[in-house]
Design a protein around this ligand. Structure first.
Ligand code: SF4
Length: 342
């Protein structure tokens, strides 16, 4: 039996029941694929259901306010994905009459959609012969062949894409999903793969030679840059000061004011005095380490109780922080600390 038949028959018996697999609606597949970038399936399910309930179609997505969209996205991270969804929905409304495009090249033009996502939508929803080359597929493929090409190189991905295209069956959508799912649940990225239950084991060179840990071959990763931040929870009665980030990582999301670098209690008090901010007390609160794809933030918060309400600041109550403002994951531990103390 060839690889595609083995994969399809395994998938038919083992596919997971997921909310976006109920139909082949490109809107559903698109939203799920964007959410699944950088996020585990288990974590995405509840976000996806909440998102589809509030934003059931392209028209609603094109017209929703950015603040509400980011609030719905809160906790998923990589917020540019949400902004691109809205931009793409507006483009579909303007350029495609509100109908999701069905041609791979047109799908690829939409903001936030790269080759992988365009291939997934085109194959799953429209039967196009477009292989989805993600980390799971690359792992299964290179292990199966003991393929020593560096999968971080775009040249390798292009070659593998062409090779897989040649073995794709008619049922391209299920083939792509089967390949990816096998990589996710059987040919595991870390730890021992579950070769005993793998439908490809008879064809797999890495299984034959027990060499799976050597594949896929990748470029050694550079260390992430590390930054230290001091975070200020400026409180007055049941409210705390927030501000909108204007640039860099997490742009346009809300945060508790922070400065780059570690500050001592003494330095914070001096800073407050030079800024003419009258305070009753300052004390050390929680710390948090937040890991992004290229950076690590070490954050230390201080609770500063002010003696009076400063009208020039943007204040929020606990309820407003939970319901109205999108607070990114990096600042969630400080939100919890604030909610715990009011
Ligand atoms: S046999 Fe093992 S190493 Fe080979 S593809 Fe299957 S799970 Fe991966």
């Amino acid at each position: 039996m060839d690889i595609s038949l083995l994969l399809l028959s395994w998938y038919q018996d083992n596919r997971r029941i997921l909310p976006w697999r109920k139909d082949k609606d490109p809107y559903h597949v698109w939203i799920s694929e964007i959410m699944l970038q950088q996020t585990r399936i288990e974590a995405v399910i509840s976000y996806y259901e909440r998102f589809i309930e509030r934003i059931p179609d392209i028209f609603t997505l094109a017209n929703i306010s950015e603040d509400e969209l980011l609030k719905l996205w809160e906790g998923l991270g990589y917020y540019s994905r949400a902004r691109n969804l809205k931009k793409a929905a507006m483009m579909i409304m303007n350029d495609f009459g509100g109908v999701f495009p069905s041609i791979y090249e047109e799908i690829l033009k939409l903001p936030g959609i790269g080759e992988y996502t365009a291939s997934a939508i085109a194959s799953i929803c429209f039967g196009a012969k477009t292989p989805t080359i993600d980390g799971n597929v690359l792992r299964v493929y290179t292990r199966m062949l003991e393929d020593e090409r560096n999968v971080d190189l775009s040249r390798t991905k292009k070659q593998i894409r062409e090779e897989i295209e040649k073995i794709m069956p008619k049922d391209t959508g299920n083939f792509n999903e089967a390949f990816m799912e096998l990589g996710e649940v059987v040919c595991l990225p870390s730890g021992k793969p579950k070769c005993e239950v793998c439908p490809l084991k008879e064809k797999c060179c890495a299984y034959k030679h027990q060499s799976w840990s050597k594949f896929p071959v990748k470029t050694l990763k550079q260390d992430k840059k590390e930054y230290f931040y001091t975070v200020f929870l400026l409180c007055y009665q049941d409210k705390v000061v927030i501000r909108k980030r204007t640039d860099g990582l997490l742009k346009n999301l809300w945060e508790f004011p922070s400065v780059l670098g570690k500050m001592s209690l003494k330095e914070i008090k001096t800073l407050l005095k030079t800024q003419n901010i009258a305070f009753k007390s300052v004390h050390k609160s929680v710390s948090h380490k937040h890991v992004f794809s290229h950076q690590i933030w070490y954050m230390q918060a201080y609770v500063i109780t002010l003696t009076k309400y400063e009208p020039s600041f943007c204040w929020a109550s606990g309820m407003e922080l939970c319901e109205k403002y999108a607070i990114p994951g990096a600042f969630q531990p400080f939100l919890k600390a604030f909610l715990h103390n009011i």
